[in-house]
Write a protein that binds this ligand. Structure first.
Ligand code: DGT
Ligand code: CA
Ligand code: CA
Ligand code: ZN
Length: 571
């Protein structure tokens, strides 16, 4: 079990207590515990399993330790289940709306009787929110927009949530199956997943299904049969499990990996060749000519195997046919990570700790890029502090000679397009990431001008998390993407694929377009702890969905070539 899952449960409790107007100290202690757990370098479930005393952790007392033990053991927490029952069932969902926190939910409920997204939507549209605690027409419009945005993505989950669930479930089912593969959007590494589609081969279908519906995570059984069952698990995710015969496994995997658009195109292609394509195999008349592996299915259709990340019917079938599929970037090609934070701003570990962890991952270089002063909540650095910090980075470099620690900064692009730090200090840095953290609401033209101006500063190397979106939470700010990419290309600025699964920014479509326009890309984790360096794989997934090859991504380069691109001398 991932630490994040335990942290999520504690945050959830804090939210619900907050809505109920519970004791603020109690609420704060749950949030503090969640933060402690998120930042923990070791796996909590593992530690609990080894009988370690969890009360040794900061902010974890006897009560929380017992709750952690219960979660680790049973996958859930009775306290949370009971707490949920004390509130109207539609209320917690309001927290998923952008700009709506527990205090507002409490207010809506107590003052206006709002107990669901639907009733909030009606109230906002009818102008019944104005007057509540300084709220006006503007707030109502914002809420209506937040609801629209939420409904577009409702019922979807971040890829890392999907992965964690799939890993847990397949590990649990392992003893009852000969083969288990999560297919669907998860296998295509889409940035969000609607549900999980797991395929299995087993000699004991009913036994496997029994185990599947009976797993501790199950909150509802939606269907149970000998070849297909479906359940809902604790976090609301639906999971489908299908049992297939060995000789059908490849065609089933192909079918259930999708995408639907890819499948439809393959089926059409089959028809043109007098073949019938289904999840049970590829048939000429009654005769099965392929089915056991995906490779033989594609071959029967006159195609090489197509990586799942490309299966969106965005030109991959034509490319496969002409033998010009990209040689997609692999995780092993990554040689370093060019955005991460240390305790100098809001990171949890020192420069040296980050460097040692990166070295363990086999990296050749990293850049430490703490925030600039504008990001006050994160303890961003001013010129003087950054100068001191750069010395610290050099010192850490001497203690960790196995890896090159590049001196960097993540400098804010201010609302007028100037940078948050003077050029003199930026010149001392080897990696300057420029990002936007405030003033998201500028009109499109102004935002475009702001970004272009920021990127034109000759010290800037990388445009960080370029669209500012947070998956399932915050829409991108509006700007002219093509114009910004052209400016980046002209100025030699590299565009980031921020690998954090809440960002994946640029996304697959935009990163692919950026490449078409001649841009270079970099995949950064933006890690705030050494554990988060492991998020790199999510960025690589997105890069693969963007058709990127190794040479499109600068942190696959050897150090010398990288410094060349960054326009910095090799020291
Ligand atoms: P999701 O769950 O919304 O993230 O997306 P998927 O792609 O996992 O879609 P899902 O779970 O509805 O179905 C899994 C796969 O099954 C899908 O990728 C392709 C296949 N599939 C589902 N419905 C159809 C269909 O109507 N026609 C065809 N050809 N394939 C389908
Ligand atoms: Ca699915
Ligand atoms: Ca499904
Ligand atoms: Zn940032």
């Amino acid at each position: 079990m991932e630490n994040q899952k335990i942290a999520d449960i504690f945050n959830r409790i804090a939210d619900l207590l907050d809505i109920r107007g519970d004791n603020p100290f109690r609420i704060r202690s749950y949030r503090a515990a969640a933060r402690t757990i998120e930042d923990l370098p070791e796996n909590l479930a593992g530690a609990a399993g080894e009988g370690k005393d969890l009360t040794d952790l900061p902010g974890i007392g006897k009560d929380l330790a017992a709750k952690i033990a219960e979660i680790v053991q049973s996958g859930r927490l009775k306290f949370l289940d009971d707490l949920k029952k004390t509130l109207p069932p539609g209320l917690p969902e309001l927290l998923r709306l952008e700009g709506v926190g527990p205090k507002k939910v409490k207010l809506f409920y107590e003052e206006a009787g709002i107990d669901s997204i639907d009733s909030l939507d009606r109230a906002a549209r009818a102008g019944r929110l104005r007057g509540l605690d300084r709220m006006g027409e503007k707030t109502e419009e914002k809420i209506v927009r937040a609801i629209e945005s939420y409904r577009k993505t409702a019922g979807r989950f971040r890829l890392d949530t999907g992965f964690a669930a799939a890993e847990e479930i397949t590990a649990y089912l392992e003893p009852a199956a000969d083969d288990l593969v999560p297919a669907g959007s998860l296998r295509r590494r889409r940035e969000t997943v609607g549900d999980l589609d797991i395929l299995a081969v087993t000699r004991d279908g009913p036994g496997l299904m029994e185990r599947f519906v009976g797993q501790p995570e199950t909150t509802a059984v939606l269907a149970q049969g000998s070849t297909r069952s479906a359940v809902r698990v604790e976090n609301g995710l639906q999971v489908d499990l299908r049992v297939m015969a060995r000789e059908e496994f490849g065609s089933a995997l192909l079918y259930f990996t999708g995408s639907k658009a890819h499948n439809i195109a393959l089926r059409r292609r089959g028809r043109e060749r007098g073949l019938k394509v289904s999840e049970y195999g590829i048939f000429r008349g009654e005769k099965r000519i392929a089915g056991e592996t995906e490779e033989e299915c594609y071959r029967a259709l006159g195609l090489p195997w197509i990586p799942p990340e490309l299966r969106e019917n965005r030109g991959e079938i034509e490319a496969a046919e002409q033998n010009r599929l990209p040689r997609l970037i692999e995780p092993e090609a990554i040689r370093g990570d060019l955005q991460m934070h240390s305790t100098a701003s809001d990171g949890k570990e020192s420069v040296l700790e980050m460097a040692r962890a990166a070295e363990k991952r086999g990296y050749r270089y990293i850049a430490i890029t703490d925030h600039s002063q504008a990001v006050r909540v994160a303890g961003g650095l001013n010129e003087k502090e950054l100068a001191e910090h750069l010395k610290e980075i050099d010192k850490a470099g001497k203690k960790c000679p196995g890896i090159r620690i590049l001196k960097g900064v993540e400098v804010d692009i201010l609302a007028d397009g100037t940078l948050d730090l003077q050029d003199e200090i930026l010149r001392e840095c080897e990696v300057v990431v420029a990002s936007i953290h405030y003033n998201f609401n500028l009109p499109e033209k102004e935002m475009t001008r702001r970004i272009v101006r920021g990127l034109k500063n000759p010290q800037v190397n990388i445009f960080g998390h370029p669209t500012g979106r947070l998956l399932l939470q915050r829409e991108p700010y509006s700007f002219d993407f093509e114009e910004v990419v052209k400016a980046a290309v002209g100025e030699g600025v590299t565009l980031e694929i921020n690998a954090h699964p809440a960002r994946l920014d640029l996304n697959d479509v935009l990163a692919r377009r950026a490449k078409e326009l001649g841009a270079r890309l970099v995949i950064d984790t933006d890690a705030h702890s050494s554990l988060q360096l492991g998020l790199m794989e999510y960025g690589v997934f997105t890069a693969r969905r963007a058709w990127l090859e190794k040479d499109d991504v600068i942190n696959t380069y050897p150090l010398k070539k990288l410094l060349d691109v960054l326009n910095r001398p090799l020291r």
